[in-house]
Design a protein around this ligand. Sequence first.
Ligand code: MG
Length: 203
Amino acid sequence: MKIIAIGRNYADHIAELANERPAAPVVFLKPDTAVLKNNAPFYHPDFSNDIHHELEIILRISREGKYIDKKFAPNYYDKIGLGIDFTARDLQNQLKAKGLPWEIAKGFNGSAPISDFVPKEHFANLKDLNFSLSVNGQIRQQGNSKLMIWDFDEIIAYVSQFFTLKVGDIIFTGTPAGVAAVKIGDRLEAFLETEKILDFEVK
Ligand code: MG
């Protein structure tokens, strides 16, 4: 399986990092070795002093396809969940400044903790989903899917032009404002609507 991630999909997060609003989705990949499941702890790596949490809604691809038209995109994912797109911001900033690819800042081991997936039928409206992240009991990030620049279907249409989507692939759909560094000992809890579906520690 592969992880396809979208950057800069919430205007408030673009503003907090002083990034430019992109004309097309910013896309990057993480390897399968980035995934952490079942609330496994995240081990803080030594190569960064500034690992940021980015809470994102994730989609599970349920059907193989490419060049998927936006109107058929709902047929290609069956479940959603939450994930953390951990980002070594210090490394990313150094690489960005040189115009170099920033894979190592995004795709390192354990950089994609994910929740269990919930069937999308469980939710009344996928275009109005509240989600939030608390760190040590304090709310750090709050988002709603209606604030995305590109919605789930537009993301699937866009990325499937370049990458054939396969069953079990995961799409990270971008983070709202509030990203910040984590430290050893932090407890991260993520909520989709009212349900806590992710709960793990930084070790
Ligand atoms: Mg992200």
